[in-house]
Design a protein around this ligand. Structure first.
Ligand code: GDP
Ligand code: GDP
Length: 436
């Protein structure tokens, strides 16, 4: 599940995002269906022949008001930090520019493999434009055309040659993998320390991926856990680490490898758009979710404060109505001990399987209580339902006509299923399928 990562770097307008879109195709998720969550096309998965990988468009990471050269320098740094292979993209129509040479200078210093792409070679007659680019010192330049979709296979063949050979070992199924996501300064790093600093936590050496020992495996009360990407959470100091796009990128990468995601927000500052966006990705990825309100020590409280804040959180995160909320303080360690039981139960619910007969009793009771809707004289008929997957739980209901299962009735069924079985902390999905 840990896929190799390709990052695309290069000065503006060489065609990075065009190439990125070509590589990832239409697999971009539909996050924008969640209010307040907009599409961030800078990180996605791709496939080429037998290879599965992820791609980063570093051009999408804007580094505040920094001057132009500083921006591309930072983007190259992101590529060096995050990727297994870097595609250095240039523009064949303009030849080698000073800005290309600046990028090259930064890339020389990295030990990561570099593949040099020369874009905008839209037809074979233009191929000779690539020779100029040998001067950059990254070997053979590969001609591509993002807008015409030419040469991408050659580019990806070359990149795939450099994918890490040793497949990282995955953690066992019994190990609960969780990550902490949230914008900078909400206290993720402090929380990791507080969790690992708890009495009776035994930092263990369960076999794991740890390509560069990024995770923290540990045992508590006999259960095994891994905090995903502890190294990334603790990393501080680079300018780009405080940018929004970069924190989204880190969150996406952590979510990918987690069962349970702790969405951390800051009690002092409340909720902003960025919090919603990050939480939206975890929801959409189908991970179990616990909302953690940190810095609870830092605010003035009376007996109503918690209720009020909870209500506000529920309003902002409508799509996370299933996620429990914990109020705690990494600093004073207050209620830190309530976190692990929450993680355990969210994880259990995430992989819970319910019996088909009981499920169907619940569905039939639901229909009796609230008859199925009809549309243009046709009534939805539900024949039976079955759970087809876990992590997250997925249910298929067999019906006469799937289009008749409208969102509101689906939501009603979801609520009945939740009332009957719990599923706190995990999203569940319901699909209608036609049974003739
Ligand atoms: P980025 O800033 O590096 O991400 O560059 P973009 O992907 O936004 O592309 C910059 C411009 O170059 C856009 O107008 C693209 O349509 C154009 N472009 C991208 N790839 C090609 C190509 O292969 N051939 C030509 N002729 N134009 C391209
Ligand atoms: P991260 O960027 O999300 O990893 O956040 P950090 O863990 O680096 O914390 C950011 C700042 O918030 C630091 O100055 C911490 O000392 C402070 N901080 C973290 N947790 C708490 C907390 O529970 N209460 C208070 N008052 N401050 C906290």
């Amino acid at each position: 599940m840990v896929k190799p990562v390709i990052a695309i770097v290069g000065r503006p307008n060489v065609g990075k995002s065009t190439i990125f879109n070509r590589i990832v195709g239409e697999r971009i998720s539909i996050v924008e269906d969640i209010p307040g969550v907009t599409r961030d096309r800078i990180y996605s998965s791709g496939e080429w022949l037998t290879h599965d990988f992820n791609v980063i468009d570093t051009g999408g990471i804007d580094i505040g008001d920094e001057p132009f050269l500083e921006q591309i320098r930072q983007q190259a740094e992101v590529a060096i930090d995050e990727a297994d292979v870097i595609i250095f993209l240039t523009n064949g129509r303009e030849g080698v520019t000073a800005a290309d040479e600046e990028v090259a200078k930064i890339l020389y210093k990295s030990k990561k493999p570099i593949v040099l792409g020369v874009n905008k070679i839209d037809n074979p007659e233009m191929r000779e434009q690539i020779y100029d680019f040998y001067s950059l010192g990254f070997g053979e330049p590969i001609p591509v055309s993002g807008s015409h979709g030419l040469g991408l296979g050659d580019l990806l063949d070359e990149a795939a040659k450099h994918f890490p050979k040793n497949k990282p070992i995955e953690y066992g199924d019994d190990v609960i993998k969780f990550s902490l996501i949230g914008r900078p300064n909400v206290g993720k790093s402090s929380l990791v320390n507080a969790i690992l600093g708890e009495d009776r936590v035994i930092v263990s050496d369960i076999a794991g991926t740890t390509r560069d020992a990024v995770d923290s495996p540990y045992t508590y009360n006999g259960d095994e856990y891994v905090i995903i990407d502890t190294a990334g959470i603790r990393k501080k100091g680079k300018v780009y680490e405080s940018t929004e796009k970069y924190s989204v990128l880190r969150a996406l990468r952590a979510i990918e490898r987690s069962d349970v995601v702790l969405v951390v927000i800051n009690a002092e500052e409340g909720i902003i758009e960025q919090d919603k966006k990050i939480a939206g990705y975890a929801h959409e990825a189908g991970r179990a979710i616990v909302i953690v309100v940190n810095k609870w020590d830092a605010i003035e409280k009376d007996e109503k404060t918690m209720k009020e804040l909870e209500q506000k959180i529920r309003e902002h995160f409508l799509f996370l109505s299933y996620a429990p909320i914990v109020f705690l303080s990494a600093k004073t360690k207050k209620r830190i001990h309530t976190l692990l039981p929450m993680i355990n139960s969210a994880s259990e619910n995430h992989s819970m399987r319910v019996e088909t007969s009981v499920l169907n009793d619940v569905i039939m009771d639901a229909i009796a209580m609230n008859p199925t809707p009809s549309d243009k004289g046709k009534r939805l008929k539900i024949y039976y339902a079955t759970q087809v997957a876990v992590k997250p739980p997925v249910f298929v209901v067999f019906v006469n006509e799937p289009e008749l299962l409208h969102f509101s009735y689906e939501r009603f069924l979801e609520n009945r299923i939740r009332d009957a079985f719990g599923f706190e902390g995990t999203p569940i999905k319901i699909y209608a399928r036609e049974r003739k």
